[in-house]
Design a protein around this ligand. Structure first.
Ligand code: TRP
Ligand code: SF4
Length: 418
């Protein structure tokens, strides 16, 4: 049986980011920052570290052309602070002009986590309240309630076979079909904005554990096209994959310097972008999808207060939006720090912020001002502050943040229809 390359459903994904990047062709986010009119803090602080094909998104932001921004949440438990990053990425891109989409992956939670539909609905609504509290505008849906999504999933399923699934996820003959169905539903999620609105570049911000789904979807998006457009030496080649003859003929007619052959049209004296746009138009007019291959960004995970991943299965590791203030304080005060064993050592050597769950909590969410964060770091590494004091200040920030956030969540509750 083939070795699983990755398992997005593992509760402790041990993923070496650098290695994943190098192996699978994820580019460092630094390479695109210069293309953005303004750089959001999560990219500046290297929380969002990598991307696939972000350039079309940056260019859509710069030129005010259409693009979509979509992500999804599996409602397997209450949302917590660990889910906020991806939500903020979505909200920021909506503010930059993107069409926002958020899917609640209740099919996945039901199939893979065996969660009842009632629980999926309850948790799903909480995720949506968080999103609206952060200022999200756009379309949201539950997978199980979206008929067009399910139809798209069925079409997409024609392009994926069992050996693809076992190669990508390590699925075996014992894997149940609903699990496979939840995968193809996620593929459909990612393509959905392009059928709901129009074909356009689509950004999917995710944690690096979701990359197998991104790779699969990029492949499927390509396979569902009628044509490929390639720049060759001195001409542009438009190849038909499964286009009707009339569509190929329309491509030829659209350009004065075009020659039609068996299964392809070669075009001279034209720009590749113009040919691509025209071919998409023709593809759509002949009933095709004309999908853009989706883009993605990858963020690192905020560590849990107990050291490992923030995960609902370890209650002490998370801060949820539904805990009493005293519990929150207690959790923060007992969080793992990068402090030294003795006070003397702390003063002499300073703390290690990069190993400190509380520093990272500040870096991710609690301290939005860069100068203030730099000051915390300076005091920590210079041994000027004790962890006790630093924790107290952090707890104060978290409590204030949660209070405000809860109010916003409550205010958003009437926006949730499902
Ligand atoms: N599989 C994702 C998770 O476990 C949830 C998800 C479903 C998703 N559809 C999506 C994520 C589309 C990004 C895009 O959290
Ligand atoms: Fe963490 Fe603060 Fe201690 Fe530094 S001083 S290790 S940031 S708790």
């Amino acid at each position: 049986m083939p070795e699983p390359q990755n398992n997005p459903w593992s509760s402790t994904p041990s993923l070496d980011i650098e290695k994943t990047f190098a192996d699978f062709g994820i580019d460092p986010i630094k390479s695109v920052l210069a293309d953005l009119p303004s750089v959001p803090y999560f990219m500046r602080r290297n929380i969002v570290v990598g991307h696939r094909d972000y350039r079309p998104i940056a260019s859509a932001i710069r030129n005010h052309t259409p693009f979509h921004i979509l992500t999804g949440f599996m409602p397997s438990g209450h949302p917590h602070l660990g889910h906020l990053m991806v939500m903020k990425e979505v909200v920021w891109h909506v503010q930059q002009g993107g069409n926002g989409y958020v899917t609640i992956a209740d099919r996945e939670a039901h199939a893979v986590r065996d969660l009842s539909w009632e629980k999926c609905r309850e948790y799903g609504r909480e995720y949506l309240a968080c999103l609206y509290a952060l200022g999200f505008e756009g379309t949201t849906y539950f997978q199980s309630k979206n008929e067009r999504l399910k139809d798209l999933a069925f079409e997409a399923a024609m392009k994926v076979n069992f050996s693809d699934l076992s190669a990508i996820y390590g699925f075996s003959p014992e894997t149940d079909i609903a699990h496979a169905d939840s995968v193809i539903t996620q593929v459909a999620d990612i393509l959905y904005p392009q059928i709901d609105r129009e074909p356009a570049p689509t950004l999917v911000p995710v944690g690096v554990d979701q990359d197998p789904h991104i790779r699969l979807t990029r492949g499927v998006a390509h396979k569902m096209r009628m044509f490929t457009v390639e720049e060759r030496d001195g001409y542009i080649s438009v190849r038909s994959k499964n286009a009707p003859e009339a569509a190929l003929e329309a491509v030829k007619k659209a350009f004065p310097h075009a020659k039609k052959y068996e299964g392809h049209v070669d075009i001279r004296d034209a720009q590749c972008v113009d040919v691509s746009a025209k071919v998409r138009e023709i593809e759509r007019a002949h009933g095709g999808y004309a999908f853009y291959t989706p883009s993605s960004t990858y963020h690192i995970f905020m560590p849990g207060l107990t050291g490992g991943k923030m995960s609902s299965s370890v209650p002490e590791s998370i801060i949820s939006f539904y805990e009493p203030e005293a519990v929150v304080r207690k959790k923060v005060m007992s969080g793992i720090t990068g402090g030294r064993v003795t006070l003397e050592e702390q003063k002499r050597l300073g703390g290690e912020p990069d190993k400190c769950s509380l520093y990272l909590l500040n870096l991710f969410h609690m301290v939005t001002d860069d100068a203030e964060l730099a000051e915390i770091r300076r005091k920590c590494t210079g041994g000027e502050i004790t962890c006790g004091q630093c924790k107290k200040e952090t707890a104060e920030r978290v409590v204030t943040f949660l209070k405000d956030f809860k109010e916003k969540m409550d205010a958003a509750s009437d926006r949730i229809e499902v």
